[in-house]
Design a protein around this ligand. Structure first.
Ligand SMILES: [Zn+2]
Length: 289
């Protein structure tokens, strides 16, 4: 005979699946909500302080385009006398541009000749915001939830551009990060499972099994403490809400049971819809609160 899990274990499993799904939906409703205090459909210059450390999970990365040719790197460009805050990847007009991670579309705008041209910004649950510039067409709308790899636009040369290419940026709370530190576009892959961003400049790439061995950050410890406090409160609340019951033993009287639970005999009878005169029988279950 097949061994079956007790029904309450099964129910718990169903619960955890439902809760997991709910958490995923919530994560997409407000991606990285612990990091960002606002949501806007405009380009933002953030003035919030970055956490001392933030672990960016890169594992669900999808190449933003089929091309793996990098035209121009992140950094200062003498040619234009200004900084370049992204990586330029060669694309052809009309090539499909895809979301690098699952997330929620924050900005769909056109910056004109001097800037990104038609561009899209997506916020992801891992804390990153990715920007896709110089598109010939945008295929998403603000506040749209999308999965990694889903088309978000077509390659082009709008804005400050000398030929079709994708201008791709990665930012954490507005802090620019060289995309090539996170991804190897030539290989179409991430450089590590995680990028541990550190405000002190000691950011590093890490494999998942090494991240699990890292001591927790101060922020982690605080949020864990808050979580456990909330859990304790919830437990206390559910405990006090739960009605207490008592199983009648031979020789028990209503007076004894009421006294034991700190209530009057009248209250005990009222709770159980019984008469004071009715005899108790052993094994009978009585509500006591
Ligand atoms: Zn560029």
């Amino acid at each position: 005979m097949a061994r079956q899990a007790p029904i309450d274990v099964k129910l718990r499993a169903v619960d955890s699946v439902a809760i997991h799904r709910l958490l995923q939906v919530e994560a997409m409703d407000a991606p990285a909500g612990d990091l960002y205090q606002d949501w806007s459909n405009e380009f933002i210059t953030y003035n919030q302080a970055l956490p001392a450390e933030h672990r960016i999970d890169l594992r669900q990365f999808h190449m933003p385009c089929d091309s793996r040719v990098v035209n121009s790197h992140y950094g200062y460009r003498r040619q234009f006398g200004r900084n370049h805050y992204g990586t330029d990847i060669k694309v052809y007009m009309g090539d499909t541009i895809r979301a690098a991670f699952s997330g929620k579309v924050r900005v769909v705008q056109n910056q004109g000749r001097k800037g990104y041209g038609k561009y899209v910004i997506i916020r992801h649950p891992n804390g990153l915001e990715t920007t896709y510039g110089h598109l010939s067409k945008q295929l998403v709308r603000p506040d749209q939830v999308i999965k990694a790899g889903e088309p978000i636009g077509l390659g082009g040369s709008t804005g400050f551009s000398t030929g079709p290419h994708l201008h791709f940026e990665t930012r954490l709370l507005g802090e620019k990060i060289d995309p090539e530190k996170l991804f190897c576009f030539e290989a179409g892959d991430v450089r590590g499972d995680f990028y541990i961003y550190r405000r002190n400049g000691r950011s590093q790439l890490m494999a998942a099994h090494d991240v699990s061995r890292l001591p927790e950050t101060a922020e982690d410890a605080v949020s864990k403490a808050e979580e456990s406090r909330a859990y304790q409160q919830q437990r206390m609340a559910s405990r006090s809400n739960r009605s207490q019951v008592y199983k009648v033993r031979k020789g028990d009287t209503l007076t004894q049971i009421a006294k034991k639970h700190g209530i009057t005999v009248d209250r005990l009878c009222q709770l159980n819809h019984i008469s004071k005169l009715k005899a108790l029988r052993p094994g009978q279950i009585l509500k006591c609160s």
